[in-house]
Ligand binder design. Sequence first.
Ligand SMILES: [Zn+2]
Ligand SMILES: [Zn+2]
Length: 315
Amino acid sequence: MNVELILLALAPVFVLCIGIEAWYWRGRRPGLYSLKDTLSNATLALMHQGADKLAWLLVVPFYAWLYEHHRLYTMPAGWLGLLLLFIVQDFLYYVFHRASHRIRWLWAAHVVHHSSERLNLSTAFRQSLMYPVAGMWLFWTPMALIGFTPAQIVGVVLLNLAFQFFVHTQAIPKLGWLEYVLNTPSIHRAHHARNPRYIDRNYAGVLVIWDRLFGSYVEESDTEPCEYGIVDPIHTHNPITLTFHEWRAMARDAVTLPGWRNKWMALFGPPEWRYAWQAAASRSMETETETETGSVGTATAGGDAHGMGRTQKPL
Ligand SMILES: [Zn+2]
Ligand SMILES: [Zn+2]
């Protein structure tokens, strides 16, 4: 079987699970599924699959070239090789996912996954066709360099995503000791929440050990229920708007903001940098009129952006 088709091959399982979950919630929490939201998610999934398939056409030969001509090792065959394959890719997924929340260029693609105010199994379908443009594939290149074949890379990337389908549910409570090892529904619910205590936490793909090791873990609290979505909500079901709204805003900022440093930050700074810049710019306008001492303009904006804590993060 062509490994690039793993997610499409599993689509009937995913759709069946969504059907069962929607039926389960029907009497209990009727608002948890909405037809418009689910159709929007399904459309985004198809768009993402199309773009992904095209991207693999270019990226797989690139991995093959790296593997053939520039690899540093050759991974052992058998179970040890497969175990290493799984662990290395899951770690790189953690890096990719964390970067996707902290670098606006990557967030512009990833925001699609977070922009629904609902969370159910169909939310897993909510993906961006812009991932190949954002450069998700770059994160897997070290795997070719250390001696994993292109088929192994594509296969494990897609299996990691397939696993993550099952953590997008509110139907499953905490899972005891598994919470220390795996990304679970509870852990991923917190990841999708916009309450300040949950923002920018729990980047796990399959294993949660990376979050626990690198200080990005937060436990879902019984006293503070998750509020899903992004802090600056976009109220539309239009898949095109959902896919491109942040790219448009980012391009506008990169063109209109004064100075190269601001343009750079608009593209590659944290997603909330724009809000810090705005706040600093309006403050500097006020202080200019009061002729106070201190820095103004772009320097003030940059300085304040660095001081922003994640609890103030508006996205
Ligand atoms: Zn995320
Ligand atoms: Zn998710």
